[in-house]
Design a protein around this ligand. Structure first.
Ligand code: DGL
Length: 279
């Protein structure tokens, strides 16, 4: 990695969802510099084809690597499920840059067994994440005794991207998807919000999840995992700049980004519009 320069940690998502990851990562590791990249102009990714998700994720990650990020985190389950392994094997390794792009799925499955007493977990995610069966495969590697049920929630990320966080229409879909998940097995006692957009709808989820059922969000899990990763990889940690800054890049207009992001980022933001080269 001698060709890798020092720089900020890049956090990527299709849109606003990765901000839920960024927030918890910055809370735990405030010393580093961060670049957040939201591909808001093309979000949501969840219902898109495998080819599109790979192409968009590749362009965005490449932008962050070219920007000078030594380490990029896909703060997006859909991209992690459908593009991460392909990116690591087909693209990044070929450039001699292994282990510079991490996702949110492995850190989550490593700890999910600790949230369920009944050994029955429910997964709520985008259509893309659910159809990929990545969670089923990865959870069975780490905790083979846990039964998994999944429910796709195709309306939720678009509602978040359109700033529809707290209203009757959004509640209707949250209630519907939670009901469909629990109907598959009433013993589900841990529900993973396997889309980084969903923590923005946490108050709606709480209304429809039975008492005693854990709602698991990924921000704190990914933050702990990143801290551990950096302790185990001092050669990477040394390449991270440390002034505690955070800049935001979006493929949408900065005004639109600010409107959505203000809901949960409690500071004034520097936002820049960027154009991605077509590949
Ligand atoms: N927030 C992302 C995820 O975790 C993507 C949602 C979308 O773009 O559909 O899956």
């Amino acid at each position: 990695m001698s060709d890798v320069k020092c720089g900020p940690i890049g956090i990527f998502d299709s849109g606003f969802g990765g901000l839920t990851i960024l927030q918890d990562v910055r809370r735990l590791l405030p010393q580093y510099d961060y670049i957040y990249f939201g591909d808001n102009a093309r979000a949501p990714y969840g219902n898109r084809s495998l080819e599109m998700i790979r192409r968009f994720t590749h362009q965005s990650v490449q932008y962050l690597l070219d920007y000078g990020c030594p380490l990029v985190i896909l703060g997006c389950n859909t991209a992690s499920a459908k593009a991460l392994r392909w990116l690591q094997q087909q693209v990044i390794n070929k450039q001699g840059l292994s282990e510079r792009v991490l996702g949110v799925i492995v850190p989550t499955v490593q700890v999910i067994g600790g949230y369920t007493r009944n050994r029955v977990v429910g997964i709520l995610g985008t259509q893309g994440t659910v159809d990929s069966h990545t969670y089923d495969a990865e959870i069975h590697k780490y905790v083979p005794d846990v039964a998994i049920y999944s429910q796709a929630c195709p309306m939720l990320a678009p509602l978040v991207e359109n700033h529809e966080l707290d209203n009757e229409g959004t509640d209707y879909f949250v209630r519907k998807y939670v009901g469909q998940l629990l109907a598959q097995d009433p013993r589900i006692d841990a529900i993973l919000l396997a889309c980084t957009h969903y923590p923005l709808l946490l108050s709606s989820f709480r209304k429809y999840v039975p008492a005693g059922t854990q709602l698991v969000t990924q921000g704190p899990i990914v933050a702990d995992s990143l801290k551990d990763y950096l302790q185990r990889h001092p050669e990477m940690e040394r390449r991270l700049t440390r002034e505690g800054t955070c800049h935001y890049l979006t493929t949408e207009s900065p005004e639109n980004f600010l409107r959505g992001a203000r809901v949960f980022v409690d500071e004034s933001l520097t936002v820049e519009h960027i154009e991605l080269a077509q590949k």
